[in-house]
Design a binder for this molecule. Structure first.
Ligand code: ZN
Length: 269
């Protein structure tokens, strides 16, 4: 990624923070904030070994799905990354879906979405301000795991992401970063967070099931239009704690097809 691209992504991330009216160092609740700026956010625990999330344009809607079986800090990174795909890569007339099994930087889009997420969650100016005002300008070579845990809590990121970002911003060098990583391994992040009254929830999966109310209508209409098989309808309703027979007038066709989440929202290809 060249410098020009980097700066334009930084600008874009700043703009999104403004739209979300983020006044603290980090987002208070990025899932709600994304909803307020027009994204339809679906969170569902689909298993820790399943994919992380996707960004999708469907008709007039911009949808973000995040797997809430990931630890919360990772799920927060996921939504930031998917907002990045929406802002940078998806358009009504072009590419309409990107699904993320992982965040390996296998192509330019993934590199850019990761960079966007880092800038959105930990913008340079806010990180520098935090270090100056909250860590009282403590020199980086005197930082310990507790300082990183404070940064992690304030910016709602994982311990490792905090270190990666601090290193990328040139605020710590790699040997310092490695030392702090070892400290984490020895103490575990939860204990570090406990020690500072930090947000221990960041280390656990939220397992949140947040499905918008009209999602049900949408799934049923997809089924009625024969866009999804009965098994997918069942599975989708099951997510909401409903059974197919709860929903009136649905003939039980037996279509055996391997279930995939793509089916829930209609064919995306
Ligand atoms: Zn991606």
């Amino acid at each position: 990624m060249d410098k020009k691209k980097q700066l334009s992504i930084e600008k874009m991330a700043d703009l999104v923070r403004d739209e979300c009216k983020v006044t603290d160092y980090g987002f208070n609740n990025i899932f709600e904030a994304a909803g307020k700026i027009g994204y339809r956010v679906i969170r569902y625990p689909i298993g820790s070994d399943s994919f992380l999330g996707f960004a999708l344009i469907k008709d007039t809607e911009r949808i973000i799905f995040t797997n809430s079986s990931s630890i919360l800090a990772r799920e927060i990174f996921t939504i930031a990354h998917e907002i990045g795909h929406h802002r940078l890569h998806l358009s009504e007339l072009g590419l309409t879906v990107i699904k993320d099994d992982d965040f390996h930087e296998t192509n330019d889009y993934e590199v850019e979405a990761n960079y966007f997420a880092a800038c959105l969650l930990m913008p340079r100016d806010k990180v520098e301000k935090f270090i100056r005002l909250e860590l009282e300008d403590k020199e980086a070579n005197k930082w310990n795991g507790l300082d990183i845990a404070r940064i992690q809590t304030e910016f709602s990121v994982s311990y490792d992401m905090a270190l990666i970002r601090l290193e990328k911003l040139g605020l710590i060098n790699s040997s310092l970063s490695n030392g702090l990583k070892i400290e984490k391994a020895e103490k575990t992040t939860s204990r570090l967070l406990n020690a500072i009254n930090g947000n221990v929830d960041l280390c656990k999966p939220a397992e949140v099931k947040n499905v918008p109310p009209d999602y049900l209508q949408w799934v049923i209409s997809n089924y009625n239009e024969k866009l999804i098989p009965f098994t997918s309808l069942e599975k989708a309703l099951n997510y909401l704690g409903l059974k197919a027979e709860d929903v009136a007038d649905i003939p039980q066709e037996e279509i055996e097809e391997e279930y995939s989440l793509d089916d829930l929202i209609g064919r995306m290809e």
